[in-house]
Design a protein around this ligand. Structure first.
Ligand SMILES: [Zn+2]
Length: 69
């Protein structure tokens, strides 16, 4: 009887984990879409994603070179 309860618990946990992970993945994709915004470099005008840009004084620079200009 205890064994049956344990098996049920493990199955319930796996099902819960599966749905939880699925939900998380969808949420992550949505976040990535929002964060993947292209912004022009104020020095050279090249469009770069904010993820790869260097943030300085509220401006996104494409490279250290442009940042120091
Ligand atoms: Zn630049």
């Amino acid at each position: 009887m205890i064994f049956k309860v344990l098996v049920f618990g493990v199955v319930a946990y796996l099902v819960y984990k599966f749905f939880f992970n699925k939900k998380n993945k969808i949420g992550k994709d949505e976040n990535e879409k929002i964060e993947d915004v292209m912004t022009p470099c104020p020095t050279c005008g090249t469009y770069i994603s904010k993820d790869e840009a260097i943030l300085s004084n509220g401006k996104y620079f494409c490279s250290q070179k442009c940042l120091n200009k």
